[in-house]
Ligand binder design. Structure first.
Ligand code: IMP
Length: 182
């Protein structure tokens, strides 16, 4: 028996990526709804707050961010705001002349089943490209090159499907959901 979970997100890319990553571990439904994304110090706090606001018996929310080493982890929890203001080209400007281009993408999935809340964190290490590259995916994908690779996530969606922060968080979630039905 597969557990049915509603993924609450306004982002269709996230829904598609997570559905694929979860495979048969759950029946994922898309609830296209926005909720308050508080300004907090961690993705976890944003997710826990969102789960308090979103109604339903089996719901899932996600918060993600890009953490750039040379910028002290910025934009991090400010990733959405920074992307909608200065965008990918703004990030490239901030890193102009910077040799250390290491970055990490992080996804925190929050699941509430009944009254129980669980968080699942996934991370991928990589670097920031020197130009915007590729047309697939969304957000910072045209900038992010996973470690050991040469393409950005936006150039190679198959890499994103295999290695992404969301995929890694989804693997933990899948394991948990499957353990409930065993
Ligand atoms: P949020 O989780 O929707 O708040 O995402 C924060 C910011 O990171 C937004 O600007 C998203 O577009 C971006 N973002 C979230 N997930 C990804 C991803 O998988 N790839 C690239 N950018 C992402």
């Amino acid at each position: 028996m597969r557990i049915e979970v509603e993924f609450v997100t306004g982002n269709e890319h996230k829904f598609r990526e997570l559905s694929e990553a979860l495979g048969n571990a759950a029946k994922l439904r898309w609830r296209r709804q926005r909720y308050t994304e508080i300004q907090a110090d961690s993705l976890e706090e944003v997710v826990v707050h969102a789960l308090r606001e979103v109604e339903g018996d089996a719901v899932l929310v996600e918060d993600a961010g890009l953490f750039i080493s040379a910028l002290g982890g910025f934009p991090g929890v400010y990733s959405a705001y920074v992307h909608s203001t200065i965008g990918n080209r703004g990030i490239l400007r901030l890193l102009e002349g910077e040799e250390d281009r290491r970055a990490r993408m992080v996804s925190v999935l929050g699941l509430r089943l009944g009254s129980e809340v669980r968080l699942f964190r996934g991370e991928v290490e990589g670097s920031i490209a020197t130009s915007v590259r590729g047309t697939h995916g969304f957000g910072y994908d045209p900038l992010f090159v996973p470690a050991g690779c040469t393409s950005t996530f936006a150039e190679a969606p198959e890499l994103k499907a295999k290695l992404s922060h969301r995929k890694r968080a989804a693997e933990k979630l899948a394991e948990y959901l499957l353990s409930l039905t065993r």
